[in-house]
Write a protein that binds this ligand. Structure first.
Ligand code: SAH
Length: 423
């Protein structure tokens, strides 16, 4: 592996540093039917009305269908038993209940699972499920590829292909429930006028489910796909939808400062920030969006984040890169900044997950420990994360779809070349 110290600091960073991704349109389905997944309830009602139902019937059917889709997880209209038998084919002719296709499912030796998924128009992306003793976290992607080019992130070496739609984002959560067998059983109310089925959202978290938490930490920058991420998370949080509490959802951003306040106001989930460095020079190099939105602006946006408090802290993610951002001075500066901006913060120290050709190495365990101690002794929680799913390239920053990945032989050759070059 390359030694990070050999990197010239001024080395140009490939790709754009001020990406304004133009959302590429989603290719419409060839059969002309409309996918209902990802649409808010009122829009489903409007579609039903456009297809010929009167307003009242459309609203009622939308409510029933919504419940079947998000609460019960059915994948066919035929299974919607409180909808008239003749109505079900009528729905199936006009609409579909989409799920991303599963191309491949892998399981790590530590139980972490990774799925390679494909959109209806043929783009690949990944999601990861991380089971723990007391929780299960689904790591959800927001884009196919990424524009940010963070230098230590494998996904960052992919081009942005397109934004994921609300349906493709919420679809990941639905697929995970499919795979984990976690749709509520129970009977559906049979009478159409007895549909007041809203459940307490708390009931979804305490009953021994595997999937309890969601992190928007897969491929992509969620705040560069704000509308779709918001619309998807609204369905995830809807009490008659997937009914997951906003307290169990975390959105991670590399620092798209202008969108942070809206994220707090319009989505209201927990915030994580990929900080990774505490000086302009280093952050400019490793998280190039820092050249657009600098550290002071970012930390001020954190201080202003709606809903952050000591009970709901902002998580600062900090990847440990050997000799790059891991000194005692870096740790002390991190503490100083958190105190200066009076941030209700905790710090997640992430050992760098290597990938072939990465220009960095992970800090030594002793260095990580010392860094953590300095932050912790200043009264800030600073757990060191245990890497999960490294053996199947499912750990932080390792996501990169198969189509984009080099062959194993090619990777081995590249690594050997680098080592030879270093003597
Ligand atoms: N774009 C958003 C969402 C991605 S979250 C963001 O940057 O926050 C993915 C997390 O994994 C980020 O904190 C990212 O910085 C971190 N990461 C990326 N590559 C990594 C690597 N090789 N080792 C450890 N963490 C990495």
């Amino acid at each position: 592996m390359n030694a990070p110290t050999s990197l010239p600091v001024s080395m140009p960073i490939p790709g754009h540093i001020d990406p304004v991704p133009v959302p590429r349109p989603v290719t419409p389905r060839e059969d002309g039917r409309t996918d209902l997944i990802g649409l808010p309830r009122p829009q489903i009602a409007t579609l039903f009305q456009d297809a010929g139902l009167d307003a009242k019937a459309a609203k009622l059917r939308a409510k029933q269908v919504f419940h079947w889709l998000y609460h019960r997880g059915v994948t066919e209209f035929e299974a919607m038993t409180d909808i008239a038998k003749t109505m079900r084919p009528w729905l199936a002719e006009r609409f579909v209940i989409g799920r991303p296709d599963v191309v491949e499912a892998q399981v790590s030796t530590d139980g972490t699972r990774k799925w390679l998924l494909r959109t209806a128009d043929g783009h690949d992306f990944e999601m990861v499920f991380i089971p723990d003793a007391d929780r299960g976290t689904l790591c959800v992607s927001s884009q196919v590829g990424c524009t940010l080019n963070c230098r230590f992130c494998h996904t960052g070496t992919m081009k942005l292909v397109r934004n994921l739609t609300p349906g493709e984002i919420v679809g990941q959560v639905m697929l995970a429930r499919d795979a984990l067998g976690e749709w509520p059983k129970g009977s559906m109310a049979s009478a159409a006028d007895d549909l007041d089925l809203d459940e307490d959202e708390g009931s979804y978290t305490a009953d021994g489910r595997l999937l309890t938490n969601i992190v928007m930490m897969g491929m992509g920058e969620p705040l560069y796909n704000f509308d779709n991420v918001r619309d998807a998370l609204k369905l995830v949080m809807d009490g008659d939808g997937l009914a997951l509490s906003k307290r169990r959802i975390t959105l991670s951003t590399a620092g798209v400062v202008p969108m942070m306040a809206r994220a707090g106001e319009e989505i209201g989930v927990n915030l994580a920030v990929s900080l990774h460095a505490v000086t302009k020079d280093v952050r400019d190099e490793i998280v190039p969006i820092n050249r657009k939105f600098g550290l002071e602006e970012l930390l001020q946006a954190c201080a202003d984040y709606p809903g952050a408090s000591n009970a709901r802290r902002i998580t600062f993610e900090y990847v440990m890169l050997k000799d790059r951002n891991d000194s005692d001075d870096d740790a002390r500066e991190l503490v100083r900044l958190i105190k200066q901006y009076k941030l209700p913060a905790k710090v997640n120290l992430i050992p760098f997950n290597p990938w072939p050709g990465a220009p960095y190495e992970c800090s030594t365990p002793e260095r990580v420990k010392r860094f953590a101690e300095i932050v912790f002794e200043a009264g800030i929680s600073a757990p060191v994360r245990t890497p999960r799913g490294r053996d199947i390239d499912a750990a932080c920053g390792q996501l990169k779809t198969a189509a984009e990945r080099r062959s194993r032989a090619e990777m081995d050759r590249l690594v050997a070349e680098k080592q030879a070059a270093l003597g």
